[in-house]
Design a protein around this ligand. Structure first.
Ligand SMILES: CC(C)(COP(=O)(O)OP(=O)(O)OC[C@H]1O[C@@H](n2cnc3c(N)ncnc32)[C@H](O)[C@@H]1OP(=O)(O)O)[C@@H](O)C(=O)NCCC(=O)NCCS
Length: 159
């Protein structure tokens, strides 16, 4: 599969079960997927039908920050640019919504995000509204690494 064969688009309600399956397989939290706090995106291969997903990602807004959450790529589809396409879509959406930074918590994927321009940061350095988010308050996320990508105003040169 090449990057061109991947389509990233807003999730439909028919995708929710598959999103939960992807997150469960990747041992990622599934809270607050359906209460409207997150905008969800899915990656599909050419010709896929609703529910047939290569990957998913979500964006929540907390203060001036976008929280990138729920990024998962199906095991058999990894290493082919799907994760990158999902992250860049979330970053583009956050920028379009006027966010100053995109922030995430990760247990094991820091090198992947650092390759995409994210940098480690301390929790005190990001928008304080994030500290009240469900993900930051989750017990399992206490040891997670925080990474952020600050968004300059204007068009993103990396897109
Ligand atoms: C992390 C994850 C989303 C990456 O998805 P992917 O589709 O395999 O990533 P891509 O193919 O787009 O990779 C983009 C780049 O990052 C690199 N990369 C991918 N995973 C990596 C990792 N774990 N460590 C270091 N580099 C990594 C790729 O080699 C690629 O580099 P290149 O463009 O120079 O070749 C996927 O491995 C996954 O779903 N993991 C389990 C869930 C998870 O950890 N989610 C993040 C939680 S916040």
């Amino acid at each position: 599969m090449t990057g061109g064969a991947v389509r990233v688009e807003p999730a439909r309600s028919a995708d929710l079960a598959a999103i939960r399956g992807l997150l469960g397989a990747a041992e990622l939290p599934t809270q607050h997927l359906e209460d409207g706090s997150a905008r969800l995106f899915v990656a599909r291969g050419a010709g896929a039908t609703p529910g047939e997903l290569l990957g998913c990602a979500g964006l929540e807004r907390h203060g001036a920050a976008g929280l990138l959450r729920s990024l998962a790529v199906r095991e058999g589809a990894r290493g082919q640019g799907v994760g990158r396409a999902l992250v860049e879509r979330v970053v583009a959406e956050a920028r379009a919504a006027g966010a100053a930074e995109v922030v995430l918590l990760t247990m094991g994927a820091s090198p992947f995000f650092e390759a995409l321009g994210f940098e480690p940061a301390r929790r005190e350095a990001v928008d304080p509204a994030l500290l009240d988010s469900w993900e930051f308050r989750l017990h399992e996320c206490v040891p997670a690494q925080l990474l952020r990508r600050q968004l300059a105003a204007g068009p993103d040169p990396s897109i």
